[in-house]
Ligand binder design. Sequence first.
Ligand SMILES: [Zn+2]
Length: 463
Amino acid sequence: MSELNEPRQHPLRHPVARRQLLQAGTLALLLGAQHIARGASILAVRVWPSQDYTRVTIETDVPIVARQFLIPDPPRVAVDIEGLDMMPALRELVAKVKPDDPTIAGIRIGQNAPGVLRLVIDLRQAVNPQVFTLKPVAAYQHRLVLDLYPSVQIDPLAALIAERLREPSGATSAAGKVSPLPSGADPLGDLMAEQGQRAPGRSVAPPNMARNSPPRPADENTASSRTDRLIIVALDPGHGGEDPGAIGPGGTREKDVVLQIALLLKERINNQPNMRAYLTRDADFFVPLHVRVQKARRVQADLFVSLHADAFFTPNPQGASVFALSERGASSSSARWIADKENSADGVGGVNIKAKDAQVLKTLLDMSTTAQINDSLKLGSAMLGEIGSVGKLHKPRVEQAGFAVLKAPDIPSVLVETAFISNPDEEIRLNSPTYQVQLADALLRGILRYFAKNPPLARNRAV
Ligand SMILES: [Zn+2]
């Protein structure tokens, strides 16, 4: 596991530290109004580094106001925060920057004026900073969020193909199945061209049926190897970063177990001939729901599989469920409830969406098609059948509701609630490496079964 994947200590899991801070806040109340006006108390500071962006969160008991300035040479962001005085929690922020943070080289903090702090964030690369505040939600109080997006964004499809090409040619996986790679002068270009220029109407053999022959040497650039299309499965581990998802009675966080399962499934998919998994997040950071959909579309994913763990108020409910999108209302009230719960992730995770963007987004996400839903239902039943062979099912049929994350109009998309994290037995299973492997194997079998009956069509979309 890389450092980015290391389980972080969640601030909410430190009730004592939190209580002390809250008590400090109460003390400020007793001191009188003039002190309250001057000072917010910091409840927690967090840094979430990732290749996509690095987020810094400062959580306070009252709202604070910030203004940022970008200084190009050397690149740094200065943030003036009103209503804050220097306090020990801020020194913690300095210490929380990881040495391998792709964006932040370091943070310096000084008192700029009475009641105004200046944060200077030294950068490793040019960024577009987004600074915004969030009102109290779930277990959080007021949050000031600094999102630092690299000015030069990585092209996810190019990165995916480059990753594939970095693998030693002819290398065999544990299963001995590796597809041949095109070996032209510009293999990356070839692969990308293949992705974009399939003759319409042609389909390719399902990946599990396609190649039983041993791997061919990379230099044997046969016609058939060129017509093998790379099938891309987008895996979407739910939640992440500021949004822990559901938390089990033993403290297991949904965002951690679904990432572990997604990484296992990725490995299995990548061991299939001509298949490649693409993760919407591969570490512990938050990805807004619409960005998950956009990411899958940018890599022209053939399938989208969102992984979650269910939770209820009582410990008894158990079993896995699989969901597809619905065009007309939810298939049951519980499906609607779960969709509402999963759709609320953006509020907890924290997104900076202006009203204008939100409208554009809604229009984009409302293009869902009947064909997508039909394919999603087929994929969902194939997966449900396989999950049922390794664990209990909550419902025997694929359910439907308006999940925001399933709205890619052109990609069959399902959301898997792998088990109930709120059920103590299932929480243990979700944490068990054995069960995680069984589940990943079952999910792969479901995906292969779907492709066996529904061969992926040739691409005719523009990259
Ligand atoms: Zn979830």
